[in-house]
Design a protein around this ligand. Sequence first.
Ligand SMILES: Cc1cc2nc3c(=O)[nH]c(=O)nc-3n(C[C@H](O)[C@H](O)[C@H](O)COP(=O)(O)O)c2cc1C
Length: 174
Amino acid sequence: MKTLVIASHPYPDQSVVIKALQRSAASLADVEVRNLEALYGNDSAAFDIAAEQAAVEAAERIVFLFPIHWFNLTPMLKAYMNQVWTYGWAFGPNGTALKGRELLAVVTAGATAFTYSAEGLIQSTIEDVLTPLKASALYVGMRYAEPLAFYEAMGAAGDKLEGFVGRFTGALAG
Ligand SMILES: Cc1cc2nc3c(=O)[nH]c(=O)nc-3n(C[C@H](O)[C@H](O)[C@H](O)COP(=O)(O)O)c2cc1C
């Protein structure tokens, strides 16, 4: 499936896991990777909206790849949605560009899987945390895939990191 990976990390120099996942995606056929901070820094007014929309139109599946920071999207990913998913393109009259495409969220999180459970500290699953993304995807007519989450990701290395990469590339191949 032709896939566009929109990767975002506000602190690229500190990133280990998102960086490794991004690199693995870029090596796959039929996958285009666009890293928002690499393209635009942290300037939420700098998006090349036409180029971003064209990249979406060329893909059947859109993957958002980002770390969970304060149980949220990264600032540039939120800005991307604000500016690229526009009225008349993504929604509103004639706004059907995203309709029928798939949205897959792939996230890394420092906390444990148990923390992200009804019994855990935050009493919320990763699906709960990503509710605004699910609502946005459904609002514009996308198919919302079950998110892929990598827990206890901080500083992952060796077999653990390889395991994350394997699960991620396996999901992209499916
Ligand atoms: C500012 C900041 C906020 C964070 N907030 C969360 C959080 O809300 N939940 C969580 O599970 N991990 C949190 N973490 C941990 C990161 O999610 C984790 O270190 C990251 O996903 C690992 O990927 P990376 O190596 O690409 O940075 C936070 C880390 C930072 C730096």
